[in-house]
Ligand binder design. Structure first.
Ligand code: NAP
Length: 262
């Protein structure tokens, strides 16, 4: 029986596991083990890191894996790099399944930035600009006071954004961030699914000025972008890290299933 390892943690990885299992392929899905109570794919599941490319290469050989699909989140760059290296070393073919990124449309006001640090710097610049013009531009903002930021980049990115003068954060994450948290951070624990109506209400309730998000792509978290468009909220969009050079890429679970079936 053909044996496929799926590096998962995404909806696409779960769809692929279901599709391949239905086609009689033996699937092992791997999760990093970071999220409490994760959504589980069908079939065999293992959890936890492999110990870098060496550990993954050893695991692929020991488990006699025929094909490897990296279906991790587009921002899980270390895992993708590790998969590319382990594949090159072992000869186990690798496919990267990466859903398409989001595109700015009519009515959107997006600023693309290359990294989380660049997004945080952009917030500081904006806060400084607003504090220098408090009697005009800032006073006209409904909230007044600090720049009120809707931060959806994940709990582990929070330290990049805290401690910035004139910036207040509504940080939404699945699991709680590491304490201690500064006073100017309000944590909202939620894992979705989100609705446009709900996101609109949240933006209004917290009088948010700007949304910061990673370009995760996919349909599961687009409601915030629609709500931002409707309410004229600017968006700081963090670009994805580029994939390792030379890797084979597809955008859908169906395309990955066709490849992985062999
Ligand atoms: P990362 O920075 O690329 O990975 C860090 C380390 O975690 C890897 O070197 C690897 O450890 C381990 N790891 C990551 N994904 C793994 C997997 N599927 N199975 C086994 N080990 C894994 O990744 P991350 O950004 O922390 O993301 C961790 C997981 O959460 C990923 O599986 C990803 O699909 C999921 N996720 C991430 C995001 C995000 O925004 N980054 C969002 C939603 C879901 P070793 O080197 O020891 O093998």
């Amino acid at each position: 029986m053909r044996r496929v390892l799926i590096l998962g943690g995404t909806a696409e990885a779960r769809a692929l596991a279901a599709e391949l299992s239905g086609r009689g392929v033996h699937v092992v899905s791997s999760l990093a083990g970071r999220v409490s109570n994760p959504r589980l794919p069908v079939g065999e599941v293992r959890e936890g890191g492999f110990g870098g490319p060496d550990g993954l290469a050893a695991w692929l050989a020991a488990e006699r894996i025929d094909a490897l699909v990296d279906a991790t989140h587009p921002f899980a760059a270390r895992m993708t790099a590790s998969a590319a290296e382990a594949s090159a070393r072992t000869g186990v073919p690798l496919l990267v399944l990466r859903r398409p990124g989001w595109r700015e449309g009519p009515g959107d006001t997006w600023q693309r930035v290359p990294s989380l640090h660049a997004a945080a710097a952009r917030l500081s610049e904006t806060a400084t600009r607003l504090s220098g013009t408090r009697l005009s531009e800032a006073a006209a903002r409904p909230g007044g006071g600090p720049l009120r930021v809707f931060l959806t980049t994940g709990r582990r990115s929070l330290p990049v954004f805290t401690g910035r003068a004139g910036v207040w954060l509504l940080a939404r994450s699945v699991d709680p961030p590491e304490p201690p948290l500064p006073d100017n951070v309000h944590v909202l624990l939620d894992r979705g699914p989100y609705t446009v109506e709900g996101e609109r209400a949240l933006i209004r309730e917290h009088r948010l000025d700007v949304l910061v998000t990673k370009d995760s792509g996919g349909p599961m978290t687009t409601a915030k972008l629609v709500a931002a468009r409707e309410l004229g909220l600017p968006v700081i969009m963090v670009d994805r890290p580029p994939p390792p050079s030379g890797v084979r890429l597809v955008e859908t679970a169906a395309a990955a299933a066709a490849w992985a079936q062999g």
